[in-house]
Design a protein around this ligand. Structure first.
Ligand code: ADP
Ligand code: MG
Length: 617
């Protein structure tokens, strides 16, 4: 057989390599930003259009390249960062594989302008799909500007695979955050479609975090610091009460390189054990410095996974350091998850004074005194029209039910009309005086054929959800005026989102006095919301918008109503007095869909008389 193996031409090899290095616009952003950092830039500009699909440009004021280097930089395995294999163990730079520019140029239209300090003039060159187009002399400031246009223009399958601009922009922003967080001394400006999204001045690490995530982050951060022979740990963790359901605010940097490490993540989570709910994650911005010889970054083309020589020691050190920080900054060691501090106030009874329960004993009551069974039911222990003697049992409740309530009107199971359809009865249930709260979680009430056990949180979610949707649809907002305007800081993209949904927010009661690029000034809030909850609710709204609900294609109004109802609904663990219980049950059954929560979870279960009878068999 003839020889059949041949070496792939460079442009093909580059395209294959590009498949590994460049998955989406964000990958290009990462490589270009890292090159700018490696070039010693003090100021970096990122400009994108259509989430990077049509343009990604990075302009830096770094060392620049000579004419020859400019041309060479697009060759495969062309790098100035390592010379031989032993350098791999002493890496101080982000790049070293010499693949990025070659890969990017293989799948897009690239133009570069660059000049070194010493050179009088710079170089301008153009490459399209690995094909060299031209190189010419240009007047340009010191540093490098690279623009990447029409990414994947020659790989339609890849291009079609890209997600919506919104999703791709989020990936780009994530990469931008990672590089910017790792290099707070470097100034970064980020423009998208002609408008400025971030402008981060040179600062310290904490200020950088705050500039990226919004001024309210400041109060969340607890510093972390530890120096040992193996590792130097610095950075910040977020206080446990700010733990989130999303994994957005979790950053590990090893020698200033963002990395993903499930193992080290676990160490952090372990340190928070007992302080946060199991379905939430702590936020952290942790910088580890280790001897470059003790890690291997070379295991993945995008260099986000690294191997540590001594992972176990690192794990233990990280965990104890974080525990120490949590302790030192007297972050409450015991949190009562049964009680949601924000929502202690019982449903509908925010401003009411507490009333001591009145307990009266009916001395005349004798449960063994025979009474004629007038209702004719087979097992009616307490006949309806002889209520007098058992009233005593309920005197304590009477005052809460309402003085004029006719106790005789209360139906009991013995009055149940046999054979009626159970479902129909639910709405006409006579839960009058017979609600009680079980385990600060459920409200138990009777209906004609049995018992309803209602999940208080889900029931309230349903009530609020329908109410908010109604307000939004009929555009009739009721607002709670604030005495002093509430100023809240947010990141610029978050503000942009709030502006986008401003109208809907206003229909549920928010009144904005002023919105700048990074602060909200709020003068009115929804009636059920307390001032201290506003920030959290808006945060939740933003992250819900970015995550879970998006895929389901819910409308903006629906997401808003869902988020608000979820945040504001009375939680499990909150004690409800009987008036609140009753109000909640009434409100629930006045809803259009009282069976399921806005999140499609059952609100109640029923125990029929039959079910109960069976248990006694
Ligand atoms: P690597 O970063 O792994 O070395 P790249 O393909 O990203 O590989 O870049 C190749 C080379 O081009 C770099 O080693 C560097 O010498 C040069 N280079 C790339 N970008 C810049 C820049 N912004 N400023 C100066 N030199 C650069
Ligand atoms: Mg590089």
């Amino acid at each position: 057989m003839a020889d059949i193996i041949q070496l792939l031409p460079d442009h093909v090899a580059n395209q294959i390599a590009a498949g590994e290095v460049v998955q989406r616009p964000a990958s290009v952003v990462k490589e270009l930003l890292e090159n700018a950092i490696d070039a010693g830039a003090t100021s970096v500009k990122l400009i994108i259009k259509e989430a990077g699909k049509t343009l990604i440009q990075v302009v830096d004021d770094g060392i620049g390249m000579s004419t020859t280097d400019a041309r060479l930089s697009f060759e495969r395995h062309a790098t100035s960062k390592i010379k031989d294999a032993k350098d791999l163990f002493q890496l101080q730079t982000k790049g070293f594989r010499g693949e990025a520019l070659a890969s990017i140029a293989a799948i897009s239209h690239v133009e570069m302008q660059t000049k070194t300090e010493q050179d009088e003039v710079g170089t301008h060159l153009k490459i399209e799909g690995s094909k060299f187009i031209f190189q010419e002399v240009v007047a340009t400031p010191k540093g490098t500007s690279i623009s990447v246009k029409n990414l994947f223009y020659n790989i339609p399958a890849r291009r079609n695979f890209l997600k919506s601009n919104q999703v791709e922009l989020r990936h780009v922003t994530d990469e931008f955050h990672r590089v910017a967080l790792a290099h707070p001394k470097v100034q970064f400006v980020f423009y998208t479609n002609g408008s400025e999204l971030f402008n981060l001045p040179s600062s310290n690490s904490k200020q950088r975090i705050v500039n990226i995530l919004g001024s309210r982050t400041q109060e969340k951060l607890v510093p972390v610091h530890e120096e040992t022979e193996v590792v130097k740990i610095s950075g910040f963790i977020c206080k446990p009460e700010f733990a989130k359901k999303s994994r957005k605010e979790q950053f590990f940097f090893v020698n200033n390189r963002f990395i993903k490490s499930p193992y080290l993540h676990h160490a952090v989570v372990a340190a928070f054990e007992g302080l946060i709910k199991s379905d939430t994650y702590p936020g952290y911005f942790l910088f580890l410095e280790v001897d470059p010889a003790s890690i291997d970054i070379n295991i993945h083309p995008t260099k986000t996974e690294i191997k540590f020589d001594d992972e176990h020691t690192l794990y233990a050190l990280l965990r104890s350091t974080i525990k120490h920080s949590l302790g030192q900054f007297s972050v409450t060691p015991i949190l009562d998850f049964e009680q949601d501090q924000n929502l202690e106030t019982p449903y509908a009874y925010k401003d009411k004074q507490a009333v001591l329960p009145k307990v009266t004993v009916d001395t005349a009551f004798n449960p063994f005194k025979e009474k004629p069974n007038t209702s004719g039911g087979k097992s009616s222990y307490i006949p309806k029209n002889n209520a007098g003697s058992w009233e005593g049992l309920y005197v304590g409740l009477e005052s809460q039910v309402g003085k004029n309530e006719d106790l005789n009107s209360i139906s009991f199971e013995s009055d149940a009309i046999t054979g009626s359809i159970f479902e129909d009865e639910e709405k006409q249930a006579d839960y009058g005086s017979t609600t009680f709260q079980f385990k600060r979680k459920y409200i138990v009430t009777t209906i004609k054929s049995g018992m309803l056990i209602i999940d208080q949180n889900r029931a309230h979610q349903r009530v609020l959800y329908e109410k908010f949707l109604r307000n939004i649809t009929i555009n009739e907002s009721i607002s709670q005026q604030l005495l002093f305007p509430l100023k809240l800081g947010f990141s610029e993209p978050d503000i942009a989102f709030i502006v986008e949904i401003r109208e809907s927010l206003e229909t549920v009661g928010f009144v904005f006095e002023k919105i700048t690029k990074d602060t909200l000034e709020i003068v009115g809030i929804p009636p059920l919301l307390s001032e201290s909850e506003v920030g959290t609710v808006l945060d939740q709204l933003i992250s819900n918008h970015q995550e879970e609900y998006q895929i389901d294609g819910f409308s903006q109004n629906d997401i808003l109503a869902k988020t608000l109802s979820k945040s504001l609904a009375v939680k499990t663990g909150v004690v409800l007095d009987s008036a609140s219980q009753l109000a909640l049950v009434n409100d629930l059954f006045a809803c259009k869909e009282w069976q399921v929560s806005p999140f499609q979870k059952s609100i109640y279960i029923t125990l029929t008389e039959n079910n109960i009878d069976k248990k006694f068999n």
